[in-house]
Structure formats: structure tokens, C-alpha cells
Design a protein around this ligand. Structure first.
Ligand code: 5GP
Ligand code: MN
Length: 341
């Protein structure tokens, strides 16, 4: 049995807000991933089914691998349609903030949301959320925001409103944020939720192939190049580093999403417990970190890269050159306690 985890008072307040709202905006973090987009689209689908005028507004473009998600075409991208995004946020009488903990994580859309008159509801599983939300539903110990959205719907007695597209969206976030149910999923209730979604004919094999097993030829070549030519191993610390420069990305015709999953690969090498990937994007160097066991890359990313995330999967940004980022990396190798088991 899936136990209720959200307290009664919060559930009642949320129920009141949803009942009263007509125009609802749902947003998520920058560079939306499977959990961010799955949770926003899944919740949006349910709210629309309830007769609400609900819209997903995301801070920037979505990787191509997620554009197959049901109702993706209805998503409003702030960096492409700022006017429409602002109008929707201003007109909203309820705003859901999904899969991020601080407004900084949604870039310039953050100030638009901060100024909005509508009450703001946080549904998230990152540590240390901002206290600017009117209702805060934060459970860092859970696999994904999609799992939490399901639990919210369960406690609102709304699971009968989860149709096939909504179930597919929610399943995708649970699948991607756990590496297809590998990490962050060592507790029975997550499978009870999967067991509730699967009978809705979600076609989990298709969802897996579309989300986690679809790459362009360029993307596979880029990842092959990164692993064969750019992976450095620091065996004494159990650390792997991959850096891809702008030139290298351009050489392989890089599109957003093409390096998805690359940072996980070095963890397959016995002894590697921390993998760091730096990608020279246009505005900054994007840093992604993964770890195994109790080693916290969330701590590493918040300390050195102005970022955050979860214990075993975190990210951040570095403003500077590749050489400067490398200096920081060597500083991390010296200072950071990679044995904090
Ligand atoms: P990824 O490495 O796949 O981009 O992100 C892994 C995890 O770290 C995700 O949970 C994501 O929300 C978090 N994350 C990634 N980049 C940042 C960042 O710049 N700041 C913060 N606070 N979290 C990030
Ligand atoms: Mn997530």
C-alpha cells in the first residue's frame, strides 16, 4: 500500500487552490530533463482533464529526445516565446513549480514567476528548497518529481484522472531519474506506483527506447570520441574527467541532448566512483557530475560550480575558460574528500 506522505493541512490547502483556480501555469528547471518535462506535462494533462486552462511554460528549449512526449507541442518555451510566456504567467491564478528548488534554476523566467500574483506551489525532490512558495511539497528522498506528482494526485483522490498520456509522462520521469530503476529506487513503493501506471497501457519498452535509447549518428560518434580520446582517469582518487570544447562539439554537429548519459559511462569502470563531465556551451561551461555510494556530488557541485542536485547526480556551471575550469578540477582533486564513505 502506498502510504500518504504529504500532511493533511498541505493536501487541503492544495485542494482548495486547485478547485479555485481556472488558469494554471506549470513550470520546471532549465534544460528540462525527463523528470522535469514528464512531471509538468503529466500534471498539465490531468488538470486539463479536470477542465482547467493549464499550460506548461519551460525556461528554455527541450532536448530532441523528449519531443516525442505526449502533448509536447503544447509546451511554451520562454526563450522562444517570451511574450506568450509572460502573458500566461501574469494571467495565471495558480503556478506549479516542478523539479527545481530555487528560482535561480529557471534563469530569467524566475523573475517573471517571482512577480506573478498567483500562489505558487512547489513539488520537488531537491535538497534545501527556497521558502518563497505558498505551498511546498519537497521530498528529497524520493526518486523523482514524477513519483511525487503521482503521490500528490493520489492524496487528492485524482488518480482516476491519469489517462494514458499522463501515465506515460509520469513513468518517463521515474525511469530517467533512476537510470531505468537502477539508483534512487531501492524501496518498494516506487514499484507500487509503476504497477499502478503499467496497466494503463503505457508501453514501457517504447518509452525506454524513445527516451534512453535513441541517439543520432553524430551523437553516438561524439560520445565515442569523448570516451576514446577525452576521458582521463585519476585512479588514486577514483575520478574520471571528460571535457568537450566548443570546437569538438561543433565538429560533431552538436545538438542539445547529444551528450545525455555520457557522464554516467565512466562509472562502469571498476574503481571509478566519481565522474565529471565539462561541456563548453555558448554562455558558460556546463558541469555534470555522477557518483556512486555515499560520495556526494551535490556537495561538490554546490561548493565549486555554483550548482547542486542530488547526492549521486548533480550539476553546475562554470564561468571562465576551459583552462580555468581545469584548474578548479585539480583543486577539487587536492581538496575534496573522495573517501567520504
Ligand atoms: P545533469 O548533470 O543531468 O544536468 O543534472 C543532474 C542533476 O543536477 C539534476 O537533478 C539537476 O537538477 C541538477 N543540476 C544540474 N545543473 C544544475 C545547476 O546548474 N544548478 C543546480 N542547483 N542543480 C543542477
Ligand atoms: Mn528530477
Amino acid at each position: 500500500m502506498i502510504q500518504p506522505i504529504i500532511d493533511e493541512k498541505t493536501v487541503c490547502e492544495l485542494e482548495r487552490l486547485v478547485t479555485q483556480a481556472r488558469h494554471i501555469v506549470i513550470t520546471c528547471h532549465l534544460s528540462p530533463d525527463g523528470d522535469a518535462l514528464g512531471s509538468t506535462l503529466g500534471l498539465c494533462q490531468v488538470l486539463r482533464k479536470m477542465g482547467k486552462d493549464a499550460h506548461v511554460v519551460v525556461p528554455d528549449q527541450v532536448p530532441r529526445s523528449l519531443t516525442f512526449l505526449p502533448n509536447f507541442k503544447s509546451v511554451v518555451v520562454y526563450t522562444l516565446h517570451a511574450g506568450r510566456s509572460v502573458a500566461l504567467v501574469k494571467n495565471a491564478d495558480l503556478i506549479f513549480c516542478l523539479d527545481f528548488n530555487v528560482l535561480k534554476r529557471i534563469d530569467s523566467l524566475g523573475s517573471v514567476i517571482a512577480q506573478a500574483r498567483a500562489p505558487k506551489v512547489l513539488i520537488d525532490h531537491h535538497l534545501a528548497p527556497d521558502d518563497i512558495f505558498d505551498v511546498s511539497i519537497s521530498f528529497p528522498e524520493l526518486s523523482s518529481t514524477c513519483e511525487l506528482v503521482y503521490r500528490v494526485l493520489l492524496q487528492l483522490n485524482l488518480t482516476h484522472m491519469i489517462d494514458v498520456p499522463a501515465a506515460q509522462c509520469l513513468y518517463v520521469g521515474m525511469m530517467t531519474d533512476t537510470g531505468n530503476f537502477t539508483y534512487s529506487s531501492d524501496y518498494p513503493e516506487i514499484y507500487e506506483i509503476v504497477a499502478a501506471l503499467v496497466p494503463r497501457n503505457i508501453n514501457k519498452e517504447w518509452l525506454y527506447n524513445m527516451t534512453m535509447n535513441t541517439f543520432s549518428a553524430n551523437s553516438l560518434r561524439l560520445q565515442g570520441y569523448a570516451l576514446s580520446q577525452k576521458m582521463q582517469l585519476f585512479a588514486d582518487k577514483g575520478v574520471a574527467l571528460i571535457i568537450l570544447t566548443r570546437n569538438e562539439l561543433e565538429h560533431y554537429g552538436y545538438h542539445k541532448g547529444d551528450t545525455e548519459g555520457l557522464v554516467n559511462k565512466p562509472l562502469a569502470i571498476p574503481g571509478v566512483q566519481c565522474s565529471i563531465f565539462m561541456r563548453e556551451d555558448e554562455a558558460h561551461i556546463k558541469v555534470s557530475c555522477r557518483s556512486q555510494g555515499t560520495l556526494s556530488v551535490n556537495e561538490l557541485c554546490s561548493r565549486y560550480f555554483n550548482g547542486g542536485g542530488h547526492r549521486n547526480a548533480a550539476g553546475g556551471e562554470f564561468n571562465g575558460t576551459i583552462d580555468e575550469a581545469l584548474d578548479v578540477f585539480y583543486q577539487i582533486l587536492e581538496e575534496f574528500n573522495f573517501n567520504n564513505k
